[in-house]
Structures are given as C-alpha cells and as structure tokens.
Design a protein around this ligand. Structure first.
Ligand code: RCB
Ligand code: MG
Length: 361
C-alpha cells in the first residue's frame, strides 16, 4: 500500500546481486595487490540495490528475487523490502539512444507494454508477505516536460501517460508501494520546468482510475548531492542545486494538487561532486563514487529513504560509436571509456565507484 513509508516496514533486501561479477572484481583488486579495495568491493554484495525490469525477459527475475527474500525473512524473522524498477515503456529513453527499449509506439507498443505490466502484477501478487517497492519509469515524464521537441518523445507522449497510468492502476497491492520517477534537480528543478512537472504528475495520476502512489523517486541514475555543502559549479544559476532543494520546491506544488509528496532519492552514485563538465552529462560519469548507504534516516520528514536504485556496476550506455544504441554523451571526455551497453556489467566503473565511495566502504 501507499499509506506509509515502505522502507520503515523492514530491512533493505540486499540480494547478493551480481555476486559473481563482484567476486571477479574482488579477485582483480587482490591480484593487483589492492587488498584494501578488495575488502571494500566485497561489502557491496551486502548493500541493497534495485532490480531493473528493463524487458519482458527480466520478468522471471521477480520470482527469483522474491523467493530469496522470503527465504531471508524465514531465516531472520525480518521483513525484507525489495525494490524493483518498472522500465519498459514504448519509445523508452526517447531523448537519448543508450537505453532504448524493446517496444515502440509505431509497433503497438502500448498494448505490449500493458502485457508487460500485467506480468509484473501477476508476479508481485504471488508474494503477499514481502514488502515490495516499484520505481515507475525513470526519465519518462521528465522527457515529456522538457523534450516534446524531440519526435520520439512527442510521438510517445500519450503512450507514456497511458502506460504509466496503467502501471499505477495494476500495481495496487497492500504490500506494494509505488514511487513515480521525478527525474532530478538539474532536469525539472529549473523554474520553467517545475510547475509543468507537477501538473503532468497530477494529470497522469488522475488517469489511474483511483490507483494511488506513495510518492516520487528522484536522482535515479544520476549524481546529484542530496544536500550539497557548497553548490557544484555546474548548478550555477539554479535555485535547486541539490535533491533536497528540488524536493522542497516540488513538494508544495504537489500538495496543492493533492498529489502524495513523499520521496526516495537515489544515492547509488552521488558520493562525489564536481565531477561533471555540464549538469546535463549523465553517461558513465568519471570520478563518481557510491553514496550514502540505503537508509530511512534521511533527516527530511517527507523523504522516506535513500536507496541505491541504479546498480553501480551497471553501465549507462556503450561508448562504441559504431554499436547499436550509441549516444554521444557516452563518448564525452567526462564519460568513462570503453563502456559496455546500458544495463550490462561495467567492471572498471564498479571499481571506480568502490574506490571513490563516500562515505567510504
Ligand atoms: O539557466 N536556466 O534557467 C536553465 C533553464 C533550463 C535549462 O535547461 C535544462 O537543462 C538541463 C541540464 O542542465 C536539462 O536536464 C538534462 O536533461 C536530459 C534529458 O534531456 C537528462 O538526460 C537523461 O538523463 C538520465 C539520467 O538522469 C538518463 O537516464 C537519460 O538517458 C538521459 O536522457 C539529464 O539527466 C538532465 O540533466 C533539462 O532537460 C533542460 O530543460 C538549463 C538552464
Ligand atoms: Mg539510462
């Protein structure tokens, strides 16, 4: 349900995701004589990250993950909170190329997306004892606010809204909490974007036939500080230089529209600031570090949790300019190269995040 902080109901499920990749990374550190970072890397296995349902083929991972969560609940007596990301809209990632998905508007994508949502709902329904969180469609509504000038986004506007409303409507279970993606401070925090964003969120919620959400997820797959001690230079001129100020600015606009204004913030890659040439740089940014560990101790009443939503070892996009889905942002000087396809294991990046973790691992 969406009535309380789901992360306060139990423990952040860790899941030992990428156990073999992390083990390989630990071995690589050890082989290089770097026992300090080998020990740090090993700790990441026990830190909660979200499971990205970025294709129909990933649907079976819901049962695999929740079966393990049930086992952990039985072994520890502690309710596990498992975070998934619903991420398969037609014309996905419409303003970029790196994370384009399997469905397209032109090829009956909305119908196919609804089938994907039905499968997710059926999988969730089989696990009433586990606390489930679903982050809904990163970047999508952000793109409708700022990128209607891009054909793939304007063409997808209706399908994004209908698809998200359908997902909200179908994922209504007592043990499921939904956080709609609200991009981040550098994207929707600008004065020109803030009210249109709040209005769009309210419009989509109004299309969900009574379905409710717990609130919004911000900074997913991005690098912004929650509270910057000194504003990052790239935020120059913004009244929302960090996620806390973005959330503080967005909250009253949502409340005025009777939209739930609770938040989670992705701290999976925001441990280091002043690493970007421009705020709009999003791909495999060099110098990033794992941020604050998942916790409900956020210090802000309407921020439910900090959570590692984007798994640190998963890349943002290929740097191979001749490969499918190549996006020029991933070939920039502040993007780590060579990089694999979005969503696949990026070991060099993972090792960098380990070394730069703040607080340190
Ligand atoms: O001085 N001013 O007053 C003023 C006013 C307005 C200004 O314009 C704003 O400038 C912002 C940049 O500062 C832009 O924000 C960027 O928008 C991109 C999409 O277009 C996002 O890219 C996505 O990032 C995701 C991960 O976060 C990826 O998963 C995804 O694949 C990828 O596509 C960047 O994060 C995000 O930082 C705004 O649109 C733009 O409106 C600027 C100045
Ligand atoms: Mg992406």
């Amino acid at each position: 349900g969406n009535g309380s902080n789901p992360y306060a109901a139990g423990a952040f499920y860790a899941g030992k995701f990428y156990a073999s990749e992390v083990a390989t990374s630990v071995q690589a550190f050890t082989a290089a004589g770097d026992t300090v970072n080998a020990a740090k890397a090993a700790k990441v296995e026990n830190i909660s990250t979200a499971v990205w349902l970025d294709s129909v083929a990933k649907i079976p991972s819901i049962a695999t993950t929740l079966d393990d969560a049930v086992a952990v609940q039985k072994a520890t007596g502690v309710t596990q909170v498992v975070t998934f990301v619903v991420y398969d809209l037609p014309n996905r990632d419409c303003a970029a190329a790196a994370s384009n998905g399997e469905f397209s508007v032109a090829d009956d994508g909305l119908t196919k997306y609804k089938g994907y949502v039905d499968s997710v709902a059926a999988a969730f329904a089989a696990y009433p004892t586990v606390r489930i969180v679903a982050v809904v469609e990163p970047d999508s509504l952000g793109n409708l606010v700022t990128n209607s000038g891009i054909a793939k986004c304007s063409e997808a506007a209706d399908d994004y809204k209908q698809g998200i409303a359908y997902a909200i409507q179908k994922l209504q279970f007592n043990n499921v909490a939904l956080y709609l993606d609200a991009a981040h401070a550098g994207w929707l925090g600008w004065p020109n974007n803030l009210q249109p964003a709040a209005t769009l969120f309210a419009q989509v919620l109004g299309m969900a036939n009574g379905g409710t959400i717990r609130g919004f997820a911000t900074n997913v797959a991005n690098y912004n500080a929650f509270k910057a001690t000194t504003p990052d230079p790239v935020t120059q001129g913004s009244s929302t230089p960090d996620e806390a100020s973005y959330i503080a600015a967005l909250t009253p606009l949502l409340q005025k529209l009777n939209v739930p204004a609770n938040f989670i913030v992705d701290t999976g890659r925001n441990g280091v600031q002043n690493i970007r040439a421009a705020w709009g740089d999003w791909c495999n940014v060099v110098g990033a570090g794992f941020g604050v560990r998942p916790t409900t101790n956020t210090g802000v009443a309407n921020v439910d949790a900090f959570m590692w939503v984007k798994p640190g070892g998963e890349g943002d996009g290929t740097s191979n300019s001749t490969a499918p889905r190549y996006d020029f942002h991933c070939g920039q000087s502040d993007a780590l190269q060579p990089a694999p396809q979005a969503g696949t294991w990026f070991n060099a990046y993972f090792q960098m995040l380990v070394k730069n973790a703040n607080p340190s691992l």
